[in-house]
Ligand binder design. Structure first.
Ligand SMILES: [Zn+2]
Ligand SMILES: [Zn+2]
Length: 429
């Protein structure tokens, strides 16, 4: 199968003035929304692909070539003023099904169980790509890159296809938890589902459909996140569709408009929502590339997971909001608690209105520790030591939540965030 179209330009949202056309295919089982007929997708990353009983281009699902009507699926992501001429060429070659067995996808149960750590905290990468969509590396190479960084968990989240999960099921890293994932890349915004080992429909262009498919994934046990809701994220264009568990508040280096994603999350916190802030690098390339600014582990999400951590345990910790985000694997660490309540937990309102917050900052000497609630910045304190625990009494009589972040001055007076925590929630939901 191959296709071509005129005035082709890259899918990079910064580029306009030409055409970008995606391609995918559904088999005889159908093409309806949420149908089972999905057989692969490559966005605009490839001009050709093949599917055979026992082999397929990365991004496509090998298996029986059953008779019936198959469907080419084209996505017109960018169409220039001059329009877009395109041609799709299909070649069918004879051959039997050869007793092909369906691919076995990575599942949560495949993950290694790590030895428990006394403090219960683990760090990892939740959002990156491989050659199964538009990345440059095989899943095994991404696994080894994560191992070299000393990460504890890794979710590969290719665009709109889960075929990397077959490759990942073959990998058996001893010290790295692998979490199944996929990034649903729609024309209205991107979202991640973690924990599922099946394809999820990405063809949602309305609030109703988007909510429906996110609920559908959640009902099957997925942890669901809205990704990079900010300019050139691309942004999330269906703000009413937000039935998610997490928001990717930090995507790639902080300076890439992540303030907007933080505001998107905080707006919902102010409405009384409980949504976990997560980070993801969105790295596509491991090889040196002059324009590449996304690197695995930048940023890194830290998760609290009591006992011996598994893939499910990491997802449970994220769901509970027991997590913070730091700029990189060796970046500053920030822990927020009050009494027995950890970030992500809900604590009863203190009788006298004053919460006895406890903030531990590691590797943060010289940075500023900020506390925020719905009204904005509530406190800013210098951090002097390299591992400092500060008791901070704060009047929270009017606060529904308190969160912490580490900052330093940035260009133009805008602070750069170096780490941020999930909130402690206060009082009844
Ligand atoms: Zn994305
Ligand atoms: Zn991505």
């Amino acid at each position: 199968m191959s296709y071509e179209y005129d005035a082709a330009i890259d899918s990079n949202p910064f580029l306009t003035g030409g055409n970008t056309v995606d391609i995918g295919i559904f088999d005889q089982r159908g093409i309806d929304f949420l149908s089972a007929g999905f057989r692969g997708w490559s966005g605009s990353a490839r001009q050709s692909f093949f599917i055979a009983p026992d082999e397929a281009t990365p991004g496509y699902v090998p298996g029986p070539i059953a008779p019936g009507v198959w469907y080419i699926f084209l996505g017109f992501y960018k169409v220039s003023e001059g329009g877009c001429n395109f041609r799709v060429t299909v070649r069918c070659l004879p051959g039997g099904d050869g007793g092909a067995t369906p691919p076995r996808w990575l599942t949560l149960a495949d993950s290694v169980t790590l030895p428990p750590r006394p403090d219960g905290w683990y760090r990892g990468e939740l959002h990156c790509h491989t050659c199964h969509s538009d990345g440059d590396s095989a899943p095994g190479e991404v696994v080894r890159a994560a191992e070299r960084l000393g990460l504890d968990f890794l979710a590969v989240t290719d665009h709109n296809t889960i075929t990397a999960l077959a490759d990942l099921a073959q990998q058996r890293p001893q010290n790295l938890i692998l979490i199944p994932g996929c990034e649903m890349t729609t024309f209205k915004g991107h979202w991640c589902a973690w924990g599922l080992s099946e394809w999820i429909d990405f063809r949602a262009l309305t609030t109703e459909r988007m909510d429906r498919v996110m609920r559908h994934a959640a009902a099957k046990g997925a942890l669901v996140s809205i990704n990079h809701p900010r300019a050139y994220g691309p942004p999330w264009e269906l703000p009413q569709a937000d039935t998610c568990d997490c928001i990717e508040v930090w995507n790639g280096p902080w300076m890439l408009n992540n303030w907007e994603a933080l505001a998107f999350w905080e707006k919902r916190l102010r409405q009384g929502r409980r949504l976990t802030a997560v980070g993801g690098s969105d790295a596509h390339r491991l090889t040196a590339h002059a324009q590449e600014i996304a690197r695995i582990g930048v940023p890194t999400t830290w998760v609290y997971c009591p006992g011996a951590p598994t893939a499910q345990g990491i997802l449970d910790g994220l769901r509970a909001g027991h997590a913070f985000v730091s700029e990189q694997p060796a970046g500053p660490q920030l822990y927020l608690s009050a009494g027995g309540a950890l970030m992500g937990d809900r604590m009863p309102p203190p009788p006298d209105g004053e919460a006895a917050l406890r903030v531990r900052a590691v590797g943060a000497a010289g940075l500023t520790l900020e506390l925020h609630d719905a009204s904005g910045l509530r406190a800013a304190l210098p951090v002097a030591g390299d591992d400092e625990t500060q008791p901070i009494p704060l009047d929270v009589a009017e606060s529904r939540y308190v969160r912490a972040q580490l900052t330093e001055p940035g260009p133009g007076g805008t602070p750069v965030v170096r780490a941020l925590t999930n909130p402690l929630y206060i009082g009844q939901p």
